[in-house]
Design a protein around this ligand. Structure first.
Ligand code: SAH
Length: 472
């Protein structure tokens, strides 16, 4: 097999990035935007030692799971690998992805993985949008970066974001072009606006203009224009964020508030949260509420419990757990998020939650050294999973339950393997679809300490024995 070869293939499975997979000459070929079940003509674009990449040239017989994607830019923008797969099949693909990772990476045999909990809605579900803005022949334009590149694909109708964020985006773009203000150019490093970022709650939205220049000309006019925009929600803040650094990080360290405030309020599981634009907040509210409910159910907290919530963000899971247990301790590396978490505890009248700023791998060992004991732990790390130091500290702390919330099945499987080699047991994994149309999946699992697990099983058996002997 070599580059530019053309083959007729049957797409038989789905890769972890959502690409279709087929076999040619006994080698796996990954074909972006092909759907499992398609018969297709593909062109080989790259050949590696053990696998290759192909381009979908022609669909000869479409898969029964194939649907018409909603976005005009599908296939050009790097965002949604699964948009041409029907939603039911998307959920099955995600369930299988979790199962494969736990079995192949985690070494769990025949692991029980529940059906993937779907999202309603499965379009326009994002409460946060970050649109790149670039200079294209002297005009400010927006779009998305093509897969694995910084080439802007013009587009202003992303189907995952909601109409308010698109109106804000288009208002900013019009303002720049009407006033001859140049967008930032990545090559020359000249110009101003680089990103338009929005975040909304149920009733309000804030707009953040990220710029490489300290000064935005005519900023009062921009504020006036944005306040007149026909939004469904109240525009409660306009922030000018300064980011001169030539890297991939979207937000800079400093900002000026041009109007209102830099945060929103949103209600999650009945608790009101203040969320700064810099703090992490789950992007799909409804699925998050379902996921947190499952996490708390698995945690089974009681008033005797002291619970550690590591990677706690603005304290969302921490405060949801607080009302069920004796004490909760949240740990998070972003200082703004912890300030929000403390304020959120106070404003919701929750007095049994305390928060620490720092990395979980530094704060947790220090707390344990100072005599902390915790009966249960929640971890919700970023994609790279938990740090090895932290995992060893968890073994030392030896809580009876660890609830692991994960946005990457591979690192979840790796960490769960380690914990299960060191005294814990995994029962069922519960996938949740936080990110419909994309290949991402969120998972929650309970790891119970083996002695506790055995005791529960023993108690259940005794109950069962008593029941059957009574019925005889
Ligand atoms: N549980 C929260 C946040 C989960 S996202 C929620 O559901 O909203 C992961 C969080 O971990 C982010 O807030 C991120 O800032 C934080 N984080 C990343 N690395 C960390 C580390 N090493 N120690 C502690 N927090 C970390």
């Amino acid at each position: 097999m070599k580059k530019n070869d053309i083959f007729t293939v049957n797409i038989t499975s789905v890769g972890s990035g959502g690409e279709g997979v087929c076999r040619v000459d006994n080698m796996a070929v990954f074909v972006p935007f092909a759907v499992a079940g398609d018969e297709a003509e593909i062109k080989i674009v790259k050949v590696n030692k053990n696998y290759a990449f192909g381009r979908l040239e022609k669909i000869l017989t479409p898969s029964p799971s194939r649907v018409c994607p909603k976005c005009f830019s599908f296939g050009k923008c790097g965002g949604c690998a699964l948009q041409s797969t029907d939603y039911k099949t998307q959920l099955e693909i995600k369930r299988q992805r979790v199962k494969d990772a736990l079995e192949r990476i985690g070494g769990f045999k025949d692991v029980d993985v529940a059906e993937c909990f779907g999202s309603d809605p499965f379009y326009e579900y994002r409460n946060k949008a970050q649109y790149p803005v670039a200079d294209v022949n002297g005009k400010a334009e927006t779009g998305f970066y093509a897969p694995r590149s910084h080439r802007l694909v013009k587009m202003d109708d992303c189907s995952l974001t909601d109409s308010d964020s698109k109106i804000i985006l288009n208002t900013v773009i019009d303002f720049l072009n009407e006033n001859g203000i140049r967008a930032y150019d990545e090559e020359t490093k000249k110009g101003t606006v680089r990103h338009v970022y929005t975040r909304h709650g149920d009733g309000e939205i804030i707009a953040v203009i990220v710029s490489a220049s300290k000064i935005l000309p005519k900023k009062e006019e921009l504020v006036e224009k944005l306040l007149k925009a026909p939004l469904k929600r109240k525009l409660s803040g306009i922030v000018y964020n300064y980011n001169p650094l030539p890297n991939n990080v979207i937000l800079g360290d400093t900002h000026k508030i041009l109007y209102g405030k830099s945060y929103i309020h949103d209600t999650l599981c009945g608790i009101d949260f203040k969320i700064d634009y810099k703090s992490f907040y789950q992007i799909n509210k409804k699925t998050t509420e379902n996921l947190y409910t499952k996490a708390i159910e698995l945690l089974a907290p009681s008033p005797d419990d002291t619970v550690l919530d590591l990677y706690c963000g603005i304290g969302t899971i921490t405060l949801c757990a607080a009302k069920h247990c004796g004490k909760v301790i949240g740990v998070e590396v972003v200082e703004e998020a912890i300030l929000d978490a403390r304020e959120n505890a106070l404003s919701n009248g929750i007095s049994n939650a305390e928060f620490h700023v720092g990395t979980a791998e530094e704060v947790c060992p220090a707390l344990v050294k100072n005599g902390l004991t915790a009966s249960a732990v929640i971890v919700d790390p970023p994609r790279k999973g938990c740090d090895a130091v932290l995992l060893n500290t968890l073994i030392e702390l030896s809580p009876s339950r660890i609830v692991y919330v994960s946005c990457d099945p591979a690192t979840l499987a790796r960490d769960a393997k380690f914990l299960c080699e060191n005294g814990y047991t995994l029962d069922t994994a519960y996938p949740f679809d936080q990110f419909p149309q994309t290949s991402h999946v969120e998972t929650v699992i309970l790891l119970s300490r083996k002695d506790v697990h055995e005791r529960i099983k023993f108690d259940l058996n005794i109950e069962e024995l008593n029941r059957t002997s009574q019925s005889k």
